[in-house]
Design a binder for this molecule. Structure first.
Ligand code: ADP
Ligand code: MG
Length: 256
């Protein structure tokens, strides 16, 4: 049977930096297998939320439950091991390494024998490395970056690098994918291609996606459910059609 993806329940999440409340008792639930969008103006607290969910920042208060696990007390590698993968708002690939090498690094936490034994040419390590290389190729094909596997990531066009980042996150075989502005800085054609890829990822891999996005049209086309943040507070949540009509959301976006 298909593994069931647990829901992600964020409750009362508060993050304070010196003199600034970046998140103020924020709550929302990402339903299993759904695409949930987290939107809001610049500085609303979206990236901060991702940083707490992935263990990079500590919460001041509140909880994040993923199935049986409480994520707010776990280190980043423990959270990743639970199947929570993320991408960053700014590209975080190793520019001098090939796409394939970047994707292999993305599989690192899945290796049992480790790349050291592969390097030592131990048979078990070699077998495992072959298995990982095959899966990396599959994921690269799925995301449409397989023709770039041998190219240094830093030499690829920006839009392709964003797709490689998505592929790298998928290399973790995640149960939930946290994507921070995956189409930021892309042109119209790149945006449409990424939206199509995200639809395919979600339908094909059966995982949940939490998407931080600035582009309301993209969100309306992709999301099942939307949570809107403004100045660290949740100001609305619901299906995209309702969110687009919500007066408080419109006010926040128009900045009045
Ligand atoms: P968004 O991603 O929605 O644009 P962020 O989560 O990046 O917003 O930022 C929310 C607020 O928290 C901003 O005012 C930002 O300056 C502040 N902030 C984010 N990270 C830190 C940090 N490490 N230290 C201090 N302030 C921070
Ligand atoms: Mg941000």
């Amino acid at each position: 049977p298909e593994p069931v993806v647990p829901e992600l329940v964020v409750d009362g999440l508060t993050v304070r930096f010196a003199g600034l409340t970046a998140l103020d008792e924020v709550g929302f639930t990402v339903a299993p297998g759904s695409l949930h969008a987290l939107i809001g103006p610049n500085g609303a607290g979206k990236s901060t939320c991702f940083n707490v969910l992935s263990g990079v920042y500590r919460a001041t208060a509140g909880s994040v439950r993923f199935g049986d696990a409480e994520l707010t007390s776990l280190a980043p590698h423990r959270i990743a091991a639970l199947g929570v993968a993320r991408t960053f708002q700014n590209i975080a690939l190793s520019g001098r390494l090939s796409t394939a090498a970047n994707l292999m690094l993305g599989r690192h936490r899945l290796t049992r024998t480790g790349f050291l034994s592969a390097g030592l040419r131990l048979p078990a390590g070699r077998r495992e490395e072959r298995r990982h290389r095959a899966r990396v190729r599959e994921i690269a094909e799925f995301v449409g970056v397989d023709e770039h596997l041998d190219t240094p990531a830093g030499a690829l066009p920006y839009g392709v690098q964003k797709r490689v980042e998505l592929a790298r996150a998928l290399c973790l075989e995640p149960r939930i994918l946290l994507l921070d502005e995956p189409v930021a800085g892309m042109n119209g054609a790149e945006r449409r291609a990424m939206a199509a890829t995200l639809r395919r990822v979600r339908a094909g891999l059966g995982l949940s996606i939490l998407l931080v996005e600035h582009d309301m049209d993209m969100v309306a086309r992709l999301a099942d459910e939307v949570t809107v943040l403004d100045f660290g507070k949740r100001i609305a949540s619901g299906p995209p059609a309702a969110i687009q009509r919500d007066p408080e959301v419109i006010r926040a976006y128009l900045g009045t």
